[in-house]
Design a protein around this ligand. Structure first.
Ligand SMILES: N[C@@H](CCC(=O)N[C@@H](CS)C(=O)NCC(=O)O)C(=O)O
Length: 242
């Protein structure tokens, strides 16, 4: 049984780990979303972050505890879970490529976050809206197309021509790209409408993952939280004008 620790009201970075757990069919507890009577809630997560449990203290969620092992940083959590369920390439080059992709995806996720909070996380969006507009304009014009075209080229150049990012089968890197596309479609529907035709391989990959029985069942379940305006992928009209 793997324990996942993440904020209970947003999909956020926790969703990247959840998708690997769900695709891999692993048993897990989403600790902060469990009732307090079942050992859940925020308190167990706070106890670890504040160092009251002893052992390694992660800087921020998401993190997982698998047996006695605590793993933090989203990409590393995903890689760890993927290893437990065969969603990771087995050759060293593929393993390195998958981790590089997952880390790059998480870099992009930080950039998405910074479109609505370019100055400070401690300030409200409304208090940094002018800067957010400028940041989002650059993200839409440059960073989003660069990311999608890089992803599309990876699939195009995969020597196995499998339709996946790395190797012959789906890995956690593909799941990370899938979730990012979902988030971008939510936050930047207008920019994505323009961007999608330039990334047909990514589109096909995202569709294939969405059609997987495990993923479709998960997304239709109450375990999957919808995107909302407290999370990372937020829909603000000012940041994605028509
Ligand atoms: N690079 C880290 C970033 C973790 C992160 O920023 N977590 C957010 C929630 S998505 C958080 O709770 N941050 C609290 C903080 O930075 O103080 C990762 O990918 O896991």
């Amino acid at each position: 049984m793997i324990d996942l620790y993440y904020w209970p009201t947003i999909p956020g970075r926790g969703e990247y780990v959840r998708l690997v757990l769900e695709a891999g069919g692993l048993a897990y507890r989403d600790v902060a979303r469990l009732p307090v009577e079942e050992g859940g809630g925020i308190e167990p997560m706070a106890a670890i972050i504040e160092g009251r449990k002893g052992g390694f203290v992660p800087f921020a969620p998401p993190f997982i505890v698998d047996g006695g092992l605590l793993v933090s940083q989203t990409a590393l959590c995903c890689a760890h879970v993927a290893r437990r369920c065969g969603l990771v390439p087995t050759d060293p080059a593929g393993e390195a490529a998958a981790l590089s992709i997952a880390l790059t995806v998480m870099d992009l996720v930080s950039e998405v976050h910074d479109t609505h909070h370019p100055i400070a996380v401690s300030l409200r969006y409304e208090d940094q809206i002018d800067e957010a507009r400028r940041r989002a304009a650059d993200f839409r014009a440059n960073r989003l197309p660069k990311f999608l075209s890089w992803s599309d080229n990876l699939i195009e150049n995969n020597e196995h021509d499998s339709g996946w990012l790395v190797g012959r089968t789906m890995t956690y890197a593909d799941l990370a790209l899938f979730q990012t596309c979902r988030g971008l479609d939510h936050a930047f529907p207008n920019a994505m409408e323009t961007a999608w035709p330039e990334a047909p391989k990514v589109k096909a990959l995202a569709r294939a993952i969405g059609d997987l029985a495990s993923i479709a069942a998960y997304l239709a379940s109450p375990r999957a939280l919808p995107f909302n305006e407290d999370g990372i992928f937020r829909r603000y009209r000012d940041l994605d004008p028509a």
